[in-house]
Design a protein around this ligand. Sequence first.
Ligand code: MCN
Length: 776
Amino acid sequence: MGQFGIGQPIKRFEDQRLLRGEGRFHNDVNLPGQTHAVLVRSTHAHARIRSIDTAAALASPGVVAVFTGADLARDNLGTMQMTLKRKRPDGSPMFASPHRGLTADRVRYVGDPVAMVIAETLAQAEDAAERLRIDYEPLPSVTSTAEAIGGPAVWDECADNVSNLFESGDKATTDAAFAKAHRVVRRRYVITRVHAQYMEPRGALGVWDPGEERYTLYADVQYPHRVRTALASNIFKVPEHSIRVIAGDVGGGFGTKGWQYPEHRLVLWAAKKIRRPVKWACERREAIPADEHARDNVTEAELALDAEGRFLGLRAKTLANVGAYVSSDRNLLATFSNVVTLVGVYAFPVAHVEVLSVLTNTNSTAPYRGAGRPEATYVLERLIDDAGRELGLDPVELRRKNLIPASAMPYKTPLGVSYDCGDFPKNMEDALKVADVAGFAARREASRARGLLRGIGIVNAIERAAGPQPEFAEVRFSPSGTATILMGSKNQGQNHETTFKQILHERLGIDPKDVRYIDGDTDRVAFGMGTMGSRSTVIGGTALWMAADKVIAKGKKIAAKMLEAAEADIAFSDGRFAVAGTDRGLTLREVARAAFQPPQLPPGVEPGLYETGTFSPKQDTWPNGCHVCELEIDPDTGVVTLDRYVVIDDVGTVINPVTLKGQIHGGVAQGVGQALLEQIVYEPESGQLLTSSFMEYAMPRADTFCDMHIESNPVPTRLNPMGAKGAGEAGTVGALPVVINAVMSALAPLGVRDLDMPASSERVWRAIQDAASATR
Ligand code: MCN
């Protein structure tokens, strides 16, 4: 409805401010009397701390304080708490290992925080930090996922390094299906460890107000309210109203800025101790050692097929590297999501999956764009291509034969979830046409004539988004009739101001310039769960829709009195209350103004117009789509060049086709980055981090990509009044497998049987050389 309503391709309202450099990111916030903190981090993967000598650091110019784990322990700060109840394979309770903020006795990864130095200036804090003397006794370490079990114990209390086992599906029926299968295809796939690489590295600024006895944390977090709850309930053990969390503009979050990091509690605790604001701003070179990492697992997967190529069952065993500390449920979230979409969009009668979470001397892993679904889709879609090659079947035909038809919706999968709607075959057929897959053979020939190898990948992806957790929205009118929306979700770049103003315009017809948008402040917004799991549009948007419905309901009562009509005769549309069958009516703005004037109100109607909505969906939405990627490889150098990339996606009702494309594009870019370039590498013997800066950690750039063609095939869901499904992560889910499948399609004719990501030029070149020497 209207020029700004749902479905309109309008440009982002927030861009004016952001592009003029008038955003308020973490490093834009500075307070009078502020001090600067530097975190001193472990240089060892695993070591006992024999002693810490703070004397020289304390004597350094400008130093205000130096704190260690012993100081924290004296003040009895709490730790994060797990609510997940999982077991280890032997039935004993899950092993969790929350971080204490500063490590006092034993460091467990390169980057583990050991001390905090606070000084008048950042340079003074950095100089003093270098004078801190920490005497370490190095211990053997393990960083590799595959070698975690049986490696040196990260925790003495957990000798085998197995934190827990998560299982789904039916083992007995799956084993039976495999026993009678015509063919079984087995493969092992490795998903590398990566870092989110936000535009603005993390930060935290802590303030203590002695008069109010209250902490304020300025930090770039994705869930301000839940960070407040965690700090209040778990760490400081104070009422929630004693803490305020403010997140301004966030320069990218991608999942790993989600939760409560040690630095948050440290700056608050220190601010109270020194009675001055304390600011920590992570430098780019500190980010990889300091932040949660993502992905990092190894899967043994098996596909059972009948003689016609129909899927009979899927079996997978995954080792998921959760790092040294399992501090909260979040550190295990991807291990759950990894499982639920493993059967993808295919009609598997049975499946059984096990995920063992293993501890290593590495940073904790946490949800990162897709959080388990890219990993699951990678395993399944690679396995299908490998099965096609092994059995001599066309990979498209193999997929076509096994896709769940639209007529089977709602569809319950053998892994215990239900897809409510979607048309997977249409996605794939449309994508094949748009990408001109029929013309691939001729293009491959043309590439060959130029001395290049050409490959194609075609994958179907499904995403689990907007799960059943509540979200909050408020619409507040002022006496002059303009409105403010206050959202419990937190924008980190996903266009929330634009999206929510569009949804409000759809429902109430208000001009976006008459609406102010607020999020990210626990004092101003009553409640929120925050932004993750592609939930803000679906859940926050529906909460806003509900609040708008309440505005309409109250407005009808007021309009009825003003128009001297019965409430039942008042209709609302296009921002106007009207008496049915007449031309008498009032704008919402007029009614909103009247709401603040008691004489205008009918008996029993409270003055004012501020309404809230809190929505909790019954189940997840299932965005889905088909990705096609074509690329060329130069066999002399191993360089991979993307040539075409097509996405046909179904995110239900599209709120804004322009911002949606931006989200899919960004998501694909993040997946392509991991598939081709990005990887965190540890030196196996020492556990040293070898990729801690952009000199060693390769990021994609604009010229890594080709044009992306993105189209929608919307099948609206009935799970919310807008018909929308989540979209923020969807692009990443398909991108990991489609790129590697395309690389393999180019290399398989040379005899390359397997290749793990990233498909860097060196790895591709080596794979070509190895295949050539094997056939020589
Ligand atoms: N949209 C739409 N129609 C739909 C659904 C979404 O037009 N049916 C558009 C809207 O513009 C909406 C945007 O897509 O604002 C994202 O919507 P949604 O799927 O609700 O995702 P969230 O806003 O909850 O964002 C979370 C998601 C996640 S989980 C990660 S990780 C991620 C992502 O978004 N992190 C991002 N995209 C990111 N983009 C930026 N720039 N920065 C991040 O940190």
